[in-house]
Ligand binder design. Structure first.
Ligand code: ZN
Length: 73
């Protein structure tokens, strides 16, 4: 009985640590993704800012009117 309880505690601790590692790794990925983002905001008040040249296109445009870069969203 005592052995089973100890084993259960070890397993629980292992699962907890694994979950913590996964959470920390995911958070690190999110930070990296943010760092990769363009310095320009993707959209503001119905305007899509071109990630390449910074031109403010209409929200309905799928490509930049100036440089032809594909716009997100
Ligand atoms: Zn552009």
């Amino acid at each position: 009985m005592e052995q089973t309880t100890a084993l259960a505690l070890i397993v629980l601790a292992g699962v907890g640590m694994l979950a913590l590692l996964l959470i920390l790794r995911r958070q690190r990925h999110e930070v990296e993704d943010d760092a990769k983002e363009s310095p320009y905001a993707v959209s503001t008040e119905g305007i899509k800012i071109c990630p390449k040249c910074g031109y403010g296109n209409l929200w309905s445009d799928s490509t930049c009117a100036v440089c032809g870069t594909h716009l997100k969203g």
